[in-house]
Design a protein around this ligand. Sequence first.
Ligand code: ZN
Length: 413
Amino acid sequence: MKSWADVYLPPVDNRFTFPQLSLFNSASGIVEQLPDQNIFRMYVCGITPYDATHLGHAATYLTFDLINRYLRASGKEVLFVENITDIDDPLLERAHRDGVDWKDLAQSQIDLFRGDMSDLHVIPPYKYIGAVESIPLVIEAIQQLLEKGLVYKVDNDLYFSVRTDPQFGSRSHHSLESMLEIFAQRGGDPLREGKRDPLDPLVWLGKRPGEPSWPSPFGEGRPGWHIECSAIALNYLMVDRELEYSIDIQGGGSDLIFPHHEMGASESTLISGQQYARMYVYAGMIGLDGEKMSKSLGNLVFLSRLVKSGHDPMAIRLALISDHYSSDRMWNDEKLRNATSLLNRLRLALSKPEVAPTQLVIVGLINALAENLDTPSAILTLEEWCESTENGSSGGSAGELARAIDLLLGVSI
Ligand code: ZN
């Protein structure tokens, strides 16, 4: 699938050194340092294209963009793959509700998402892969599980025996009761008769009347949700089977911790025989004015609408990263006003012939990001620099700081 336009990354002077990046690994429950290596493999779960791109989506993709930027700025290669679930129940339900063809709905939302990501200066994935185009890979992945006796049939559907992974549950840390509850809320079917374990996830859904389907050795049907991401990640991230982990970072919004990433990790581990992800990293959820932001409450804030109403995408980006990525947080107009004001101050300050010293400011940005993407500290550092410049301090390089802000925070001045 076509990605979006590449983003220019300004260079940073090599007198700046980059500490190893630390991130909160939700599987281990602690902040861990990434190892010193040259290539990092990052898989980020993309949207299901029916309500793109609300601010929760945007906050998630900005989080992994900050990781991508930091690693690249420090001279590393990042293999970044993102999927788009362009066939799934929620998409079909929305298309049915609105009386539109599911393919047209998906296409329009994918186009919107690409435009939104470009507006936000998110570095595009080097492989942007749709569920439909990955069906042959999903079939191959299911066949591998079938050969190992890990998949079974219930009517015309196929299920994965998730308990065959001895590590099942170790990445998300839920009690059985909580797993059953969340599984039912997030697309699972714990009560389906004929399943060997209530938590077994569907890997192939046999054809349903009036729904799209594709041929496979196990009959007409379509892929389950988790196996789609396993197949895409294992096939497109140039996995090195000699390494301990298939990939370095599995990312997404925190609503994917269970069941999606737990199930996907179990499937991937049993397909490859290798541990799946070194780190499981999550962006927190975004609420609106004190309430959860959700499609059922009808209070989703869409990026494209904010841009259309005249807000600068760079101010929206700054507002979304003004809180820590992993915290659940609220969106409100004040946040956007503050970010717009800081952006204007930065633009004005950076256009002055004399600016406050910048060397330590850039070091401060780098060190803040290295510590689990501490963007609130990075932004505080910029506010202090603006104040010093406004008070007449001099001796810095505006160009160098502007390039560092663009490279590391993705905010073009
Ligand atoms: Zn996924």
